[in-house]
Design a protein. Structure first.
Length: 140
């Protein structure tokens, strides 16, 4: 007798509906529990705001959040473009030049083994405080 796998249980019509709605059900249960804990225990909003307060703040600051998200996406895209270009150029140069490889390889290896948390302060010093949205957020 074959034991049905989880896949056959989810592939059935009712299983697919339950399987696809389960994350939504868990989210609703978590939010309701969060709200109940805040209300029942009378937790101050400064310590733990209720989901209603968080939603109201989200709606109030939505235009600013949208602007900041656009700036962040543009900055990340520019960083990806610059980093990819520099990486490809270095790879090309190091592939075709032994002298360049012997000169650059120690620095490339040092950057690869150093954690980003160690490099981040240097980048902060070299490139400044960041984008306009980061400067605006720090003044709030």
């Amino acid at each position: 007798m074959a034991v049905p796998s989880w896949r056959t249980a989810v592939d059935g019509r009712s299983g697919a509906v339950v399987g696809s709605s389960l994350p939504l059900v868990v989210l609703v249960v978590l939010v309701v529990t969060w709200h109940a804990v805040v209300v029942v225990h009378e937790i101050p909003a400064l310590v733990l705001p209720s989901p209603v307060d968080v939603g109201a703040a989200l709606l109030e600051t939505y235009p600013t959040l949208l602007e900041d998200a656009a700036v962040t996406a543009a900055t990340a895209g520019a960083g990806l473009l610059v980093g990819g270009t520099v990486g490809l150029l270095l790879a090309f140069v190091m592939t075709y030049s032994r002298r360049a490889t012997s000169m650059l390889l120690p620095y490339v290896l040092a950057l690869r083994i150093a954690p980003i948390i160690a490099i981040a302060p240097l980048l902060f010093l070299w490139f400044g405080r960041g984008s306009p949205s980061a400067r605006r957020s720090s003044r709030r």
